[in-house]
Design a protein around this ligand. Structure first.
Ligand code: CTP
Length: 401
């Protein structure tokens, strides 16, 4: 996926420097030309030879030492790069960058870079929480630097909390997103719904469905990486919202209905990936229902169909995308839903197929366009599916202009 891309990888001096070797290896494996800059402190933790062996390129660490192809290392490593990544990024590099200090090869390269820069902080829990560090991050985000936040967990010094370098796969996904996305969604506001709603029966029970929310969250991440503003209206999931996304948590279909309707006026695109319960209990019991006879009946009433309501009052310039999880007659159900709900695009999948079901990390979908065209996509991870859906949305918007 990264074939032909030039990535400059800055490695600074934290214990997580050893994880940068895995990152360099994965990026190289995906076809990128990876050129590593190590700070002096990084050299205390890992040897340049590790990165040279993994990337096939020499490692630079001295501002004044040129090498073949790098006459002025800081200018060349900045100028040739499609992306600069700093992983791990210590409190020190964040401080220097936020204050315009350029006193070594990595800081001068960062200062001379005009391509996107992705920073992956990793440090002791208390250092990360330190006000100066947090203020530097806010300042750098304001300058346009991209971040992959550290994870919560046990850090090398034994403390537990936020500070552990994000996983290699998370960083690779952020890199792929930045390199693939042409910023084509800048200026667009996208409402994404995700997760399965919960309809209470009594104070301890509810009706829900198997939706994990992964597809909706992948869409939110993809929109955000393409420069769009994301309002993620999410029923309960086990997922963490992607950075830069405005999360509106909801529980029931009616709460989702209210949230979607209140955000709809500012939306350019609405993507309804949520699995919304079609029915709720007619009366939610205020006390826990006690078991009585052998059978019991719950009386259910229809929930509002949020997407159908949006379709009925669709404004010019708004693109509506719906989802359909089917177990049979996919084509027939999908085309019927597309026209009944007045959608521009319907993403349908047969949830009985392996690799396409609820909770899976991959999906196999068919895109049904309002004009009648159908595009079948192969099995892909959900972030790639999300980008394909967004590509289709942007084509629809450009052709409707
Ligand atoms: N949807 C919605 N509000 C509902 C039900 C569904 O907005 N009350 C949206 C979903 O988010 C999804 C699309 O409509 O984008 C399709 O949902 P689905 O339940 O499959 O379609 P239905 O029209 O409810 O059809 P059926 O239950 O008959 O399959």
């Amino acid at each position: 996926m990264l074939k032909g891309k030039f990535i400059t990888l800055g490695v600074t001096g934290g214990i997580a420097a050893y994880k940068a070797a895995d990152l360099a290896s994965k990026l190289t494996g995906q076809g990128a030309a990876v050129h590593v800059i190590m700070t002096r402190s990084a050299g205390e933790f890992v040897r340049p030879l590790t990165f040279e062996a993994l990337t096939g390129n020499s490692v630079s660490s001295d501002l004044f030492v040129s090498s073949p192809g790098l006459k002025m290392p800081h200018i060349d490593l900045a100028g040739q790069a499609d992306l600069v990544v700093v992983a791990p990024a210590t409190a020190n590099i964040l401080g220097k960058l936020a204050h315009g200090i350029a006193d070594d090869l990595l800081t001068t390269t960062l200062m001379a870079s005009t391509c996107p820069v992705l920073i992956c902080p990793a440090m002791n829990v208390h250092m990360y929480a330190n006000r100066a560090v947090q203020e530097n991050i806010v300042k750098l985000a304001g300058y346009g630097y991209h971040f992959v936040e550290p994870e919560v967990g046990r850090v090398a010094c034994g403390h537990f909390g936020k500070g552990r370098l994000a996983g290699t796969d998370t960083i690779v996904r952020a890199i792929t997103g930045l390199l693939q996305s042409p910023g084509d969604m800048k200026g667009l506001t996208v409402v994404v719904t995700a997760g399965g709603t919960r309809e209470p029966i009594d104070p301890v029970r509810y009706i829900t469905n198997r939706s994990s929310g992964k597809m909706g969250y992948a869409l939110a991440e993809a929109v955000s990486s393409r420069g769009g503003r994301v309002i993620l209206i999410s029923a309960r999931t086990a997922l963490k919202e992607p950075p830069g996304v405005e999360l509106v948590p909801v529980e029931t279909a009616r709460e989702m209905h209210c949230a979607v309707m209140s955000h709809y006026p500012k939306a350019d695109i609405v993507i309804k990936a949520a699995a919304v319960a079609d029915y709720r209990c007619y009366r939610e019991a205020s006390d826990k229902i006690k078991k009585t006879g052998e059978k019991m009946t719950l009386e259910l009433v229809r929930n509002p169909d949020i997407l159908a309501e949006l379709g009925a009052k669709k404004r010019d310039g708004v693109t509506l995308v719906g989802f359909a999880a089917e177990t049979s007659q996919l084509e027939k159900n999908a085309t019927e839903k597309l026209s009944r709900k007045n959608l521009d695009l319907l993403v349908a999948n047969d949830v009985t197929m392996p690799g396409a079901g609820f909770g899976s990390d991959t999906n196999i979908v068919k895109l049904f366009f309002a004009g009648g065209r159908v595009e079948a996509l192969p099995e892909m991870d959900k972030l790639s599916v999300a980008h394909k859906i967004l590509d289709a949305v942007m084509v629809i918007r450009n052709t409707n202009k």
